[in-house]
Design a protein around this ligand. Structure first.
Ligand SMILES: Cc1cc2nc3c(=O)[nH]c(=O)nc-3n(C[C@H](O)[C@H](O)[C@H](O)COP(=O)(O)OP(=O)(O)OC[C@H]3O[C@@H](n4cnc5c(N)ncnc54)[C@H](O)[C@@H]3O)c2cc1C
Length: 261
């Protein structure tokens, strides 16, 4: 939870560094409080960046003022990923350039707000297309596809988004910039990172912290499926020990409904 004063200080520190818009008015916040999911959460503020530098500045200043940050693109996510009590950064408005297409290498360089269908339209003359084809591709973006690891009806053949990302320039939580790219087999740096992660996970103190902070959806699922099983058996007549047919009302056999056409 952040206070109004904290938010005002944050906005005052960020605004002079921006080429884009930082909006804190109620109407904008209401518009960004929903996405394609069932959830509605008011953001603290909305940033519509014009440049990558706007994003870097916003994340750095947000970190310094303890303001949570949430990236957002077309908002077509179905599980509430694009709404939160945070500074929402909308990448879809201005950061939507296709920077390069190299047909021979079958590679493209894009900003995160590029709509999937727009990339495919640009690739079509070269006989290429982006592999994953989410059904929302007429508005969903590459940034959203990467963060959701979007798939589509042809993903069994062409793979998911993670299979197609070669490298990414990212802004880390503190506002630093890094480039992530594929790691070559046998890379010594990667082996060192894996060993360091394994050591962190093997530490019992760390395990306790992780367990304490991790939701247990498996427990909830277990209870739910248990309930569903009971209901089904009760409905079929098996729950009270009788064979289902012994509970059927007497009389003529009821006709089945006609199939839909
Ligand atoms: C009708 C319909 C059909 C759909 N069909 C499919 C389908 O076939 N396959 C499928 O996988 N999904 C499908 N979806 C879900 C959704 O459309 C996709 O996952 C899509 O890729 C989300 O993209 P978006 O641009 O709307 O992202 P958003 O919904 O805006 O954001 C998605 C996530 O990405 C993060 N994000 C966005 N931009 C950035 C960024 N620049 N940097 C870091 N994080 C970022 C957000 O924080 C959020 O967590 C469907 C949704 C609808 C409504």
């Amino acid at each position: 939870m952040i206070t109004a004063e904290q938010l005002a200080d944050f906005a005052a520190a960020l605004r002079p560094r921006l080429a884009g818009d930082l909006r804190t008015d109620a109407l904008t916040r209401m518009l960004y409080s929903t996405d394609a999911s069932l959830y509605q959460v008011m953001p603290h503020a909305v940033l519509i960046p014009r440049t990558t530098e706007d994003v870097i500045a916003a994340v750095g200043v947000a970190a310094a003022h303890d303001v949570p940050v949430l990236a957002r693109a077309a908002g077509t996510s179905l599980a509430g990923q694009a709404v939160n009590a945070a500074l929402v950064i909308d990448f879809s408005r201005h950061l939507d350039a296709i920077l390069a297409i190299d047909p021979a290498a079958r590679r493209a360089v894009v900003q995160p707000g590029v709509v999937v269908d727009d990339l495919n339209a640009a690739l079509r003359p070269h006989g290429l297309q982006f592999g994953p084809d989410p059904a929302s591709s007429d508005r969903s973006t590459l940034g959203g596809a990467v963060a959701n690891n979007a798939t589509g009806s042809h993903s069994t053949r062409y793979g998911m988004t993670a299979d197609h990302v070669l490298a990414m320039d990212v802004v880390l939580a503190g506002g630093d910039v890094a480039r992530f790219s594929r790691i070559a087999q046998g890379d010594k740096g990667a082996a060192a990172i894996r060993a360091a992660i394994a050591a962190l996970l093997a530490d019992e103190d760390n395990q306790r912290v992780i367990r304490a902070g991790t939701a247990r959806p498996d427990r909830r699922r277990g209870r739910r499926s248990g309930r569903a099983r009971l209901r089904l058996r009760g409905h079929a007549g098996g729950h009270d020990g009788h064979h289902p047919q012994s509970r059927a009302p007497p009389g003529p056999h009821r006709p089945r409904p006609a199939p839909c056409r």
